[in-house]
Each structure stands twice: as C-alpha cells, then as structure tokens.
Design a protein around this ligand. Sequence first.
Ligand code: 5CA
Ligand code: ZN
Length: 409
Amino acid sequence: MHAWPASEVPALPGKGRDLKIHDTATQGTITLAPGPVARIYVCGITPYDATHIGHAATYNAFDLVQRVWLDTKRQVHYVQNVTDVDDPLLERAQRDGHDWTELAERETALFREDMTALRMLPPQHYIGAVEAIPGIVPLVERLRDAGAAYDLDGDVYFSVESDPHFGGVSHLDAEAMRLLSAERGGDPERPGKKNPLDPMLWMAARPGEPSWDGGSLGRGRPGWHIECVAIALDHLGMGFDIQGGGSDLVFPHHEMGASHAQVLTGEFPMAKAYVHAGMVALHGEKMSKSRGNLVFVSALRRSGVDPAAIRLALLSHHYRADWEWTDAVLEDAVARLARWRAAVSRPDGLPADALVEEVRAALSADLDAPAALAAVDRWVELQLAGGGDDESAPGLVSRTVDALLGVAL
Ligand code: 5CA
Ligand code: ZN
C-alpha cells in the first residue's frame, strides 16, 4: 500500500539526545541506543471509523519518537500495518451493507489524509494484512511444523505454552488474560483448545466470508497477531527498537505477537521496548469504535479547526496518561496556537538556543510533550511581553516546534 506524503523536518543546530522511554515489558524506563538506523513498528488502524482522536493521540506519540531520533541524526525505518481484513471490519461492512474492501479503502484513504494534515511522518512500509498473506502462511506452517501450533476443526491455533517467555510483555495473571482475551478478539470459551488463551493463527474459510489460498493450511484468512509479526519480521527483522500502540494492545496483541516471533526465531525479545500510549476518553468512557463515542479528526478539520491546533491538543497530554477529550482541551490548544504564531511573527526576539535544549530534554525524557509545551509557552510569554533583538530567534523557535513537535507555525 502507499502511505502518505512526508512533511519536511527542519534540521536544528547541535544534536538531540538519546530517547529514554517506558518499556511495558521491563516495567521501567530504558535508554534506547539504536544504530544509525532506528527501527520502529507501530500497529496501524483497522480501517473503519477512522481517524478518531484516540487513534491520533497514539500516532502522535510515535511520531514524537521518530522526531527525537531524527534530531540525533539517525535515520528511522518505520513500518505500520493496516488490518484490512478482520472480524470487526467484516462485521461493520455487513451491518451497513457495504462491500468490505470498499469500506477498508475509503477509511484508509481518510486516515492518510488525516495523518498528512496532522504532519505525522509516514512509514516507509505501509502494509495491509491482505497483501501480507503470502508471507504469513509460511510462518504459520513453520509454527505448526515446530509443534507450536495445532489444528482445531480446520482452524490453526498457536500454543502459548510453546513460549517460555509468555506473559513477559503484559505480566498479567491467567484470569486477567482470560478476561482481556474475551474482550479483545480472542475466544477463550471455545472447546477443544489446549489453553483457553491460545490465539488463532489461521482461520479456515467461513461461508460468505473472504478467504485466500493458505497452501497446506487450506483456504482461510490470517489471525490478527501473526499479521503484525509477519510484517514486522519481513521489514525490520528481530530485535527492532520499538513496537508501539495504544495500551489496549498490550494484551493480547503485543503479548501474542512477541510469543509468535520468539518461537519462530528462537530469539528474544522481538522489540527492545514495548511502548504504549494511554487511552483517550469521551464523556468518561474510552473512545472506541464499538461504543461509538468518537470525535473524528476529519470532522474537526471540516468544521474549520486548524490541524496544528488538534496536534497541540494531543501534545498537551503525556502520551502514557489516560485523558478525556473536551471542548476546553481544543479551545486551549487554539488559543496556544494563536499565541505561539503571534510570538514567532515578530521580526526579532529573545534568544532561543536554551529553548531548543529544553524541548530536546523534555522529549528525550519519556516523550514529555507537556513539559516541552510549557518551555515554549515560557519563551512565548516573554517574547510577547517585549522580547529581545535576536533576529534569528523567531525562525529558530518555528523550526524547533516544527522539527520536534510536528507543529507548523
Ligand atoms: N489494527 C489494530 C492494530 S494491529 C488496531 O488496534 N486497530 S485500531 O484501529 O483499533 O486502533 C489503532 C490504534 O489506535 C491502536 O494502537 C490502538 O491502541 C489505538 N487506539 C484505539 N482507541 C484509542 C483510544 N481511545 N485512545 C488512544 N489510542 C487508541
Ligand atoms: Zn498490530
């Protein structure tokens, strides 16, 4: 699939700092020291009801990761998937009487437009589940041949007991895993499974549903977790720097993906850091497609909201916090954007070299975007109150905010 156009990232004077980030698997903050090319996989959308503010907040977090790395003069190899065939997508298409491929294409196109408007850097490889099937089938066959997968009435399941590290991403107990599995696409109640948590790798063709040639697996379609593993291993290989997503992906998705990859390769771990963004809520409940309590980026844009203000609204919360979208959050962001623009539109101003370092320090410390905004706010207030006579300062602040926060002033 094609991704979306990249906005330019201005180069800043000096050099950025290495990223310290909270890793769900080790339950602590680690300093990542990638080579010249940092590698990141971020779980993409299931293309219906996109792009809501919760999605945008999660992609904003991983956009900051890239901007920190680019500022250290590294290249970034970024891969993202599109879950363009899965139960919830098929159910939605069925419910609304739409063709599922048209629904997926339309929503993916909208997502690209929203990502472009928000100045999110695009992945180099943007891969759909359907186009990944030829790579998924041999992985499932290998797991089966290694005794880590088994057949149940034509469906193929992964045996979680085949991975000695199973549980090492989420650290949940069996009961919590069982509840989350039922809630998030698993089938712990299905009779005949070796372990109720075992996830499906390959689903045999069902009447009325799309299916593909699965070689020795028979016709069917892939399970969700193996989709991301196949795409990540194909384009990044084992031991990449970050696997990212919202906190609702910790279990089962990232736990199962880690297990699949570790059993397949005999290496551990698949990602050096498992990084998770908090959940955005609306009216007290997690913004989710199933609940329907959604605020869409495209609807805000249509109503005339500047995408830079949406971006500032996302940045005003720490990525790991759960937070609530309200009108006030957006109003504050609109006001902040106007102040920042007024401050940088002056012909000269307060020297900003220290500000560049403050923003760098904030973001490299577990992506503390609110602290970065506070640092810019301080410069802006002094600048609006009178400023100084450094002609290069407004331009440097614009470039800093653009390069590190993705906000065009
Ligand atoms: N296609 C899978 C990942 S492989 C998927 O979870 N798709 S999704 O469309 O449901 O979500 C896309 C991303 O947005 C995921 O990282 C998910 O964790 C994140 N996300 C979904 N809802 C919210 C929310 N309310 N707040 C923050 N992030 C969210
Ligand atoms: Zn995924």
